[in-house]
Design a protein around this ligand. Sequence first.
Ligand SMILES: [Zn+2]
Length: 227
Amino acid sequence: MFNPFVLYLFLFLFIANRGIIYAFIEGIFNRSTKKNKTKDITDKKILDLIYKKTGLKLSKILLFDTSKVWAMMAGFPPKPYMIISNEAYKNLDKDEMEWIYLHEAGHYILWHNLKMALLQLLFIFPGLIMPIIIKSYILQIIGSIILAILSSILYFYLARLFEYEASYYAMRRMTNPQAISTLALKAQKRWFDKVKHEKFHKLFNTWIYDIYENLVQAAKKEITSRK
Ligand SMILES: [Zn+2]
């Protein structure tokens, strides 16, 4: 016997966080099999650059061995650090990497980790309310599955607003906004061209190619305004 609420919550949290769950499993698996320990790529120059542009004092930058372009902020104040996937690190040039660093710093400065956690907490409520409205157990189970899918779609839509915010934050502060167009091109060629069901992908992912498209347009304006 499944509890409909537990089923809903499990499905929602899994769909919403599957990217990061997968990246962590892959990273930890690669670390144990390839003897490829998480590398410390802390560079004083980069830490200073991030501090100068965002006011964020990072303690270190670590490289995580995963096949996706991916980065995240970890640790807690006053000692936050950054994790970067080596797929990003080996494929992006200095200017493109600066955008990644500033994007992640932006998430931290704008309290996005906390906001996303609170946003996920809000999605507990639909799961709590549904079994009150629907009485039949079978319908509750079916309802849990459908509701988890619908909640995930709404969650990705809202979480994407944070990605837009951090992306613009980084673009406006980067030394060379021209790197946005090469970054978008690389992203399309290497990763987004491989996406098979585009409409489906857009519904169930925070990172979609549209973010780059909008960012390229915004970067053009930024370049003109700096002249
Ligand atoms: Zn992000």
